[in-house]
Write a protein that binds this ligand. Structure first.
Ligand code: BGC
Length: 751
């Protein structure tokens, strides 16, 4: 019913009733929040100091946890409890404790629990918040089924350096993509039943030399512009918690950094959930050289804003004395406990039945979860090059040689942090190709050529023989999962072992070769990019790697992933990213005294946002709704995109801007909006991308956002090499104070 359907007085009465009911809803909403605060304070009022500190203690399954710590109220949060039997036992013990406060059960659920989806960096290549939400929701559902209720994810660390092994856990190098996907992941986890922990706050992804745990120097304005937006987006998406980074930021370890944990997170962003340390991170303040002993480390951490101690046992050991001696005000402990209890009430933990201990994760994967994992995975593959259209496998091909150790690597395809992933559930790439070939008359030969790390090439003669006997070679190489993830920094990003030699030999057979790269970051390809015509990056695709890779190799689905990281030609180019500042001496190929290397090209091998399809897309008619932009308005750009090829496909339409003259040097290009669209062969769609004027500026060191009057250049296309699409003018300069700026103002991304 619409109001205009109702005559006269009745209309007025109905309008009043509607107003009253919406006011009542608002009041009820307020009461809900207030009720939680009341319950938190009532509970806090009954707690001893030891019980309070027990809520701040996060302990892993196994030593040093004693099960009776739970019934004694000394372990308010638990991690690595990944079976319903153990969760139920802990829940029963918590019910025996004096105040019966339910524990949190945390686990690293990044990209799946039992069914594994692609690793986050791969998932980012889908350039699709919908895909990220879906994958996170499925991961959460399976973990929640056995009683896990909190995930140490998403990793919101932006990284411009693929030497850093943990780049695989994030979204790559771009803050706009990062903010959109971090928010989507938080939402997906919550929908599937897990509270999120945005980690690692902050700057962890920029350690010097790409060395995990090493120190980070990032100017504050750059923190606000580049490294913090994904974390801010996590707050706006409702993350329950944060995890602090291990390393020091500008000389101040994050675990004792009041600027990060209090000024930015609580005061400027208004975050009222809780913050946990990383694994024994509080004790590591001693290694950082900012605490002499455990007591000082505990004191510095809680005073800076770390509410929970993961595995350090330092809060439980030292905080009671620190409080009694007056070195830590009890009100500080109370505030931390409030944050933890508030989160537990919000999650509904006090009102939930305990988990059924007979539930087992072998209930998964289901046919449905496999189908989802397959659909997500095939959105994430990036076709880096495809000379001579080697892919998709042409209908004339009657035999393929599947070569390379990663073709049959059911463990490695799951990638690092695979929670309860079992390699027995995996369908390998070889198996996927065999299944797809079945019934088509295509013969599949398999020869690994070398061992997993490609140290020995004893198998090369067999592999070359298989290649010679076949019409096409599918070579599956890359980075075994042990070389990726935490504590897996690499100083050499070349394809490890003797892979290059093997690939060159394969190329010499004269057979067309398609290289499928599995791995957690760009690999330095050296001569391979020249010798091998077609290269498909598949990251770590997860449980359903085989079917998903076969879908794309055989052309049942066109590849549509785009690079979320710049792909270097050489390790020495790192850190490397597209949104860099202009140089005083822009590159001129024939002038040595400009931005150049003397021994390598200055350009990446493949740029950010890059990825081919089996079809082609043409961009035309880019138009600005208005060239003049005032405060509160949006830059609105429309463009027609046509699928000019013979196959259906998907394209990620990307909008970049540049502020060519500002009071501070501004990046050559910045991604501001993107949208993934599906186009049938021959189809044209008009895409409209909007960017609020409030996100066309930059931050100052104190967090103020400054939008300056003047020209903004616009580029639209299918990668960061997008073509110019016009220029707009911001009419006046204005500032947004840090507390008034919302992350949503900084992105404009179709969901
Ligand atoms: C990692 C965290 C992880 C934690 C718990 C640490 O080593 O840095 O990202 O959540 O372990 O497993």
């Amino acid at each position: 019913m619409r109001l205009s359907d109702v005559p006269g007085l009745a209309q007025l009465a109905l309008a009043l009733a509607l107003t009253a009911s919406s006011l009542a809803t608002a009041a009820a909403q307020e009461t809900g929040d207030q009720a939680i605060e009341r319950r938190v304070n009532e509970l806090l009022g009954q707690m001893t100091l030891e019980e309070k500190i027990g809520q701040l203690n996060l302990v892993s399954h196994g030593p040093p946890l004693r099960w009776e710590d739970i019934s004694e109220g000394k372990a308010g949060a638990l991690l690595n409890f990944n079976s319903a039997r153990d969760v139920a036992r802990a829940q029963a013990l918590a019910r025996q404790s004096r105040l019966k406060i339910p524990p949190l059960f945390g686990l690293d659920v990044l990209h799946g629990f039992r069914t594994q989806f692609p690793l986050p960096l791969g998932e980012a290549a889908a350039f699709s918040p919908r895909i990220s939400r879906l994958a996170s929701e499925w991961a959460a559902r399976e973990a929640a089924y056995v009683g896990v209720n909190w995930t140490f994810a998403p990793m919101a660390d932006l990284s411009r350096d693929s030497r850093w092994g943990r780049i695989v856990e994030g979204f790559g190098e771009d803050p706009t993509l990062g903010a959109a996907l971090t928010a989507a992941r938080v939402e997906g986890f919550r929908k599937g039943g897990l509270a999120a922990a945005a980690k690692h706050f902050a700057g962890y992804g920029a350690p010097q030399g790409g060395r995990d745990y090493d120190t980070t120097y990032i100017p504050r304005a750059e923190m606000y512009d580049t490294y913090l937006p994904p974390f801010r987006a996590a707050v706006d998406a409702g993350t329950a918690s944060f995890m602090v980074a291990f390393n020091a930021l500008n000389g101040e370890p994050s675990t004792a950094n009041p600027w990060l944990l209090t000024d930015v997170l609580r005061t400027q962003w208004g975050f009222d959930g809780f913050v946990t340390s990383d694994w024994v991170g509080i004790g590591e303040l001693i290694n950082h050289g900012v605490a002499a002993d455990g007591a000082e480390a505990a004191r510095k951490a809680i005073l800076a804003g770390v509410d929970m101690d993961m595995m350090g046992q330092l809060y439980i050991k030292h905080l009671p004395d620190e409080v009694r001696a007056g070195r830590v005000p009890e009100s500080v402990v109370d505030e931390s406990v409030r944050r933890v209890l508030r989160t537990k009430f919000r999650m509904g933990l006090f009102d939930r039945p305990d988990i059924d201990p007979t539930r087992v994760d072998s209930a998964f994967p289901t046919p449905e979860s496999r189908q989802m994992a397959r659909e997500v995975a095939r959105e994430t593959f990036v076709l880096l090059q495809n000379r001579d259209n080697v892919l998709p496998v042409p209908p004339t091909v009657r035999s393929v040689a599947v070569v390379g150790p990663l073709a049959d690597a059911p463990h490695d395809q799951l990638g690092p942090h695979a929670a309860r992933g079992h390699k027995e559930d995996s369908v390998s790439i070889l198996e996927g190709i065999r299944r797809r070939a079945q019934g088509t008359g295509i013969t599949v030969r398999h020869a690994p050529a070398c061992d997993l790390f490609c140290r020995s090439t004893d198998g090369l003669p067999d592999a070359l023989e298989a290649a010679r006997q076949s019409d096409l070679v599918i070579a599956v190489f890359g980075e075994p999962q042990e070389l990726s993830g935490e504590a897996a920094s690499r100083a050499h990003l070349e394809l490890n072992g003797r892979q290059i030699e093997v690939l060159e030999e394969l190329a010499k057979t004269g057979k067309p070769v398609a290289l499928v790269i599995m791995g957690g970051r760009p690999q330095v390809l050296g001569p391979v990019a020249e010798r091998i015509p077609s290269i498909l990056m598949v990251w770590y695709p997860g449980t359903e790697a085989g079917p998903a890779v076969a879908d794309v190799l055989f052309g049942d689905v066109s590849p549509s992933g785009k690079l979320p990281v710049t792909w270097p030609r050489a390790t020495g180019q790192l850190p490397f990213y597209y949104n860099r500042l202009p140089s005083s001496r822009p590159t001129l190929p024939d002038n040595r005294f400009t931005l150049n290397y003397i021994d390598e090209a200055i350009t990446p091998l493949y740029p950010f946002g890059w990825g081919l399809s089996y079809t082609q897309f043409a961009y035309s008619d880019a138009k600005l709704a208005s060239r003049r932009l005032d405060e509160g308005q949006s830059l609105e750009v429309s463009v027609s995109v046509t699928n000019t090829g013979a196959r259906d496909g998907q394209e990620v339409v990307q909008l970049y801007t540049r502020d060519p003259v500002a009071s501070r040097s501004r990046p050559l290009r910045e991604l501001k909006a993107f949208e993934k669209i599906a186009l049938k062969a021959g189809e044209t769609k008009q895409v409209t991308l909007r960017v609020p004027v409030e996100s066309l500026g930059f931050h100052l060191d104190d967090g103020t956002y400054l939008v300056e009057a003047g020209a903004i250049q616009i580029f639209v296309g299918g990668s960061s090499l997008a073509e110019p699409a016009g220029e707009a003018e911001i009419l006046k300069t204005f500032r947004i104070p840090p507390m008034e700026r919302r992350a949503s103002a900084s992105t404009s991304v179709a969901q």
